[in-house]
Design a protein. Structure first.
Length: 341
């Protein structure tokens, strides 16, 4: 356990310090974020700080190997790192010069397919899982990118998902998952002070792709390795629900579902008056609740499982309805405050 703690500590220090080097470099290169149709920010801001988080993640993975934090299944650990590194590289190209939708999708699916094929071989799973796993990895890279729209949301998600997978690794005897989860959590914990300090820097696509690939690679590898499905899915359910619900709303409204927008639930929360931190905090609290319920359900008797599933559905439903509920509540307050003449 101590090697994992040391590797996590090295990752955290690297993530905290690397931005001092990376930020001036990004300024010189002119890597900035100009607000667009799907942005929740109103001013031009430095993006691409995901480069620092990516380097810290690489440092953490190397430290975990050298410190022998991963005693078995190192090949799975390294396959996850390859998926993460390749995805971050695609994100960096997107930040620098942009990619067409077709080129971006092709690269993400290619990474998902190659990474999934390696994981299938390493875990002895059936190749029937390959298409689904490839789609899952590519899809979650995009989901993490879509959800990276307010300060703190991606940092908190990385910390929570990484922490959950680290615990899942300990509970199931998968040291590679413990190490990978700990590195993920610490890499994004180190980014949070930079992002929350007046929102002066963004992850950029390199960082959101890194986050999505890190979570997806650990989830797919964990599933292939026999980790309980509740451990695998609970950290990502809120992100999945937000993205799926938003997509269905846009299709139902006859809108171009693939066009840029800012209609995710977490973005609509800012429209009803939430600050960036309050919106990110809402997503984080709901994710934490679903994680706890999922981890309890994994090994609980059937009646407890039913209660946990019901609780998770209630949390997800309340989150998805929260912007409309808040708007309705505030309208009622205004009505009750109107003086009677």
């Amino acid at each position: 356990m101590m090697p994992v703690v040391v590797a996590a500590g090295i990752t955290l220090v690297a993530s905290l310090l690397l931005p001092f080097v990376v930020k001036p470099w990004l300024v010189r290169m002119g890597v900035v974020d100009v607000p667009s149709a799907r942005s929740s920010h109103a001013r031009t801001t430095i993006r691409g700080m995901g480069v620092a988080v990516s380097l810290a993640t690489g440092v953490g993975y190397v430290a975990a190997i050298l410190l022998r934090a991963v005693t078995v299944d190192r090949s799975i650990f390294l396959a996850a790192l390859a998926i993460i590194a390749a995805s971050a590289a695609v994100g960096w190209v997107e930040d620098l010069r942009g990619l067409s939708i077709r080129g971006r999708a092709g690269a993400q699916l290619g990474i998902g397919a190659a990474g999934s094929a390696a994981l299938v071989l390493l875990t002895g799973q059936s190749f029937w899982w390959l298409p689904l796993a490839a789609l899952a990895i590519a899809a979650y890279i995009n989901i993490a990118n879509f959800m990276d729209g307010v300060n703190g949301i991606s940092g908190f998600h990385g910390v929570l998902a990484g922490g959950a997978y680290a615990v899942a690794g300990m509970l199931t005897g998968q040291p590679w998952l413990t190490a990978g989860g700990a590195v993920l959590a610490m890499a994004f914990l180190g980014f949070l002070p930079w992002n929350l300090s007046r929102g002066s820097v963004f992850l950029g696509d390199v960082g959101s792709y890194l986050l999505g690939a890190s979570v997806a690679a650990l989830a797919v590898a964990g599933f292939f390795s026999g980790v309980y499905i509740e451990y695998v899915l609970s950290p990502i359910l809120v992100y999945l629900a937000d993205t799926g619900y938003t997509l269905l709303r846009r299709i139902k409204a006859g809108e171009r579902w693939y066009a840029s927008h800012r209609e995710h639930v977490y973005q609509r929360l800012t429209d009803v008056g939430f600050s960036h931190l309050q919106s990110a905090g809402t997503v984080t609290v709901c994710t934490a609740a679903v994680i706890v319920l999922g981890f309890i359900a994994a090994t609980a008797p059937l009646p407890t499982v039913v209660l946990c599933v019901a609780g998770s559905l209630a949390v997800l439903g309340l989150y998805l309805a929260s912007p409309d509920l808040i708007r309705h509540f505030r309208r009622r307050q205004k009505v009750t405050r109107v003086p009677v003449s």
